[in-house]
Structures are given as C-alpha cells and as structure tokens.
Design a protein around this ligand. Sequence first.
Ligand code: NAD
Length: 374
Amino acid sequence: MGASAASGLQMLAVRPGIPACKQMFGSTSAVSAFGRALCTRTVFASRARTTTPGPLISSTHSRFAVRAMSQSGAQGLPIDLRGKRAFIAGVADDNGYGWAIAKALAAAGAEILVGTWVPALNIFETSLRRGKFDESRKLPDGSLMEIAKVYPLDAVYDTIEDVPEDVKTNKRYAGASNWTVKEVAETVKNDFGSIDILVHSLANGPEVTKPLLETSRKGYLAAISASSYSFVSLLQHFLPIMNPGGASISLTYIASERIIPGYGGGMSSAKAALESDTRVLAYEAGRKGKIRVNTISAGPLGSRAAKAIGFIEKMIDYSYVNAPLQKELSADEVGNTAAFLVSPLASAITGSTIYVDNGLNTMGLALDSPTLST
Ligand SMILES: NC(=O)c1ccc[n+]([C@@H]2O[C@H](COP(=O)([O-])OP(=O)(O)OC[C@H]3O[C@@H](n4cnc5c(N)ncnc54)[C@H](O)[C@@H]3O)[C@@H](O)[C@H]2O)c1
C-alpha cells in the first residue's frame, strides 16, 4: 500500500472528563516527579489540545473521527496513517519509547504489530492479556490501542543458522520459534503480506556501565550488534515487504556526538553508527524501495533500558535544568514526532537525525554548573 493517502480529517485529542495532563503523559512520561509538578501548569493543558491523532481502522472509529471533525470544525494538516501497517521492534512494556510510538501510530490510524525480545515475551504477553497495560493503552479518542500481533524477536540473530546452541537450549527461549530477523520478516509476510512502517526502538550494551577505556572487544561488538546492526538487518529483511512510500525510524541518543560520561560499553559508538547508517540506508532504501529512513535523537526517559544504565534520573534532572525548554520530556512527544516522520507530511525528509529533547543538544553551557555561581 502506498503512502500517499491523506484525508482532510483532523481531530481534537482531549477527551472530556480526563485531565489533559494525564492524557498527555499517560504512563509514558519521563519523570513522575516533574510530571506531577508540571501537570498543574496550564502550558501542558493547552499543548495537549493540539495533539492530532486520527481514527482507528474500525468503522465505529471512523464515524467518531468524522463527528469529531464536524463538531469541532477543526481545520489543518492531519497525521493520517489509516490503511498503513507498522512493525515496531523493541516493545516489552509500557514505559519505553517503542510503546509511545506504537500509541501515536495507532492514534493516527495505523495497524500495529510489535516485535518483543524473546526473554521478555512471556511477561509482556501475560501483562497485556491480564489488562495490566489497559490504562496506558488508552488513545486520545478513549479506545484502547490494539496490537494485531506480537512477534518474538531477537534482533542480534539474522537467521536460525546464526543462533548458538546455548541460546537455542536456553530456557528463556523455550516455547518460542521463528524469532530471528529473517524468520520474523517471513512470518509477517505470511500473516499480513506487507508493511508500510518499520520502527527500531531497541538497544542493548552489556557493558554500558563501563567506560570505553575498560570495555572489552566482546562487549563493544555486542553493543554494536544489538543497537546498530540490528537496524541494518531489520531494514534489509523487511524492505522487500515494505510498500513504496513507506518509512522507517530508529531511536538514537546525543552520546553519539557529544561526550556523555557513563554511557559506556561502546553504546556511544553504536549510536554514532546508527546515525551514519541512517544516512547511507536512506540513500540505498530510497533508491531501491522509495523508503525513507530517519532517526530520532531523544532526550532522557526513565525506561527499563535507561534505568539499567544507572543515572537516568540525574540525566532527566540535568535536562530539565539546562535545556532551552524547561519542561518534562514526555515519551508521547517522541511518539508524535515519529508519527509525523512516517506520515506523508514528512515525504521529503530522509536521512535525518531529528532531535526531540527540549533543545538540550543545542546548549554549550551547563547553566547549573557551580562554576557559574562563583
Ligand atoms: N530512555 C532514554 O533516555 C533514551 C534516550 C535516547 C534514545 N533512547 C533509545 O530508545 C530506544 C528504546 O529504548 P527505551 O529507552 O525506550 O527502553 P526500552 O526498555 O523500552 O526499550 C528497549 C527494548 O529493547 C529490547 N531489546 C534488547 N535487546 C534486544 C534484542 N536483542 N532483540 C530485540 N529486542 C531487544 C528490550 O526488550 C526493550 O524492549 C533505544 O534505542 C534507546 O537507546 C533511549
């Protein structure tokens, strides 16, 4: 399916009876402490009203959208992903950027498939089934995000031949099958035929807490394998089933270009590779399949992966104090940017690193440096 469809629908996102701030942040906000404080600020209430999701694919939701438009008389540019199908690799709970992106794409009307790391699959599916995520599955129109299918995935293995015996027999992988990148792409093809949107929201660096000077070759290569080559591999295997006009997105971090002590183990190198690959893949996938490739350089978020690094709360505080926009960064803001980037509205943007970090990347001075107060 092509990426050219764009109707004239635009909805107001805020639902009556739900505080705007709760809708804006959901459970995916970056810092609960700042979030709670900021929820009282009117700036968020007014910003929340400008979110522009579209309807889900069912006819009920289409009717809701039409009604919403005619009642509000809203004019403007829509983010309309109805009729598009997205595969989002790297969703295993409702705290990370992958989840927020899934929600934004679903709110804009896309059908959602997710790829979940095999060791995290059981708990994710059980939580989903038991309704643990129901509150955070809520979309701006009040419906719950539907995930059409959850695929087991381990993005460090391209084919089954690459999987070592100890992983094959590991009990965390027992019961799951067809989880290498090639097999997942084949299964998605068998199930759905094609996709329009590919999202890479995963990273892993086993030695992330070690300075680069102390990182082993094994740890460094593992970080690159899980966090950069995994994107090359996903695009390589999914490109043949991506409809022309489609788009892909990955998530990067400013440590690729500025020194962030503590983000070690080769993870800064992995993000630098990911950004460089974004440009090269934009050229290759653009010429080969008319597919756009961009990466979002996101500000700090207290996700499960980020907590493993050990100093994420400090990074969030640092950003709040020093960024041009002195506000909490919500995962939904990254989700909304992703929705824009994969939509026809961004049809001329490819090969770019887009910063969604309250502007922190532009600063050359830490305002809270003790040096400045003397
Ligand atoms: N949290 C931040 O502050 C921040 C900032 C900038 C960029 N990012 C990037 O955002 C992306 C998503 O991370 P997040 O912080 O939202 O955390 P997250 O924990 O929600 O996402 C990371 C995901 O990667 C999955 N994963 C790890 N190894 C995998 C493998 N081999 N195969 C498949 N899946 C695997 C994990 O199961 C998890 O679901 C990452 O690329 C991360 O580097 C995060």
